[in-house]
Structures are given as C-alpha cells and as structure tokens.
Ligand binder design. Sequence first.
Ligand code: NI
Length: 196
Amino acid sequence: MTLNARARHYSTARFSGAILVLTVFLSCSAIAEKSGGELIGGAFNLLNHHNEPVTEKDFLGKFMLVYFGYTYCPDVCPTDLQIMSEALRMVDPAIARDITPVFVSIDPERDTVALMAQYIRHFHKNLIGLTGTVDQVRAIKSKYRVYSAKSDNTANYLVDHTAYTYLMNKDGTLLKHFNHALPPEKMAKQIMALAR
Ligand code: NI
C-alpha cells in the first residue's frame, strides 16, 4: 500500500467516525423503541468459506458474534476481528461453545470464498467466513444496517464501512452491538453477562 493510499484511508476513517457516531445514535434509539432489537438481523443467503450455501437458519440455536468487513482492510477489520477472537478466548469455555463467530464480507467483488478461507485462519479457529454475490451482500448489509462504500474506482480501492460487532441471540435477534476497538476484556465480560 502506498503512503498516499494510507493517508487517504485515514482521512476516510476520520470522516466515517462522524457517520459512525450518528449511526450508533440512530440505531440505538431505534432499538430502544422496539425494545427487542428486531430491526437488526434477519434472513440471508450467502456462501461459507467451504463454498457451501448457508442461510440465517444454519446459525439459529447458537449465539452469533458477527462482524462485517473486508479482507483487504488495512487496519479496522483486523483490529476488530482480533478483538472478537480474543474476547471469545477469554469467555468461559462453556459459554464460548455456544457462540459462533462470523465474518461477513462487504467486498464480495474481491473477497472470494478461497480468500475468505485463507483470511479467517489468522483470527479464531471457529470463525466462519461468509461472502456471496453483490446482491446477496447488499441484502444482508441492509438487514444488519451496515453502511459501506468504496473509496474510489481504482483496483486497490478501500472500503469505508461501519465497524460494529453484533452479538445475536439464539433466535437470530440482536442482543447487543459493540463499537470499534472495544477492549476484548470488556467485550468478554458483556458476552458472559448476556449469552446464557
Ligand atoms: Ni475494515
């Protein structure tokens, strides 16, 4: 990555910070109104990193930690996936067994199944990578209220994106969302309080 690209990424990151704050506020108030988190989550059709078609039904019956990002992400995604993985390793094993960590690509044009399979190995042994067609990804992004946009039209584009980690209940509804860069100890503590 060139210095220029990096500088551009940081400036988009600052810009997305403002959007993030606004989105957090909007989604929190929406969740409070509905008091069940039903506005986040729902049906989807994607491919897992074994190239098998999966839907939301394949994840029911377990809690889910879901993060949306892309494998070319220079910093935000690796940081949050690392945090998610560390938090999961800190959680009581009896609880962690019941939690499926999931990484959903918001860059399906570059994130092939093979690339996802290779990428997730850097984080957690149970992490599941999901990608799909542009339309399939657009659909799940809308269900989870994820915002993302390419930085430019070059081949090496960055993707500006919201960076929440969602804790989903066993029935596929939202329990809680964690913000970018939350210390893993804090995430682990909240997971243990909620995922039981
Ligand atoms: Ni990212």
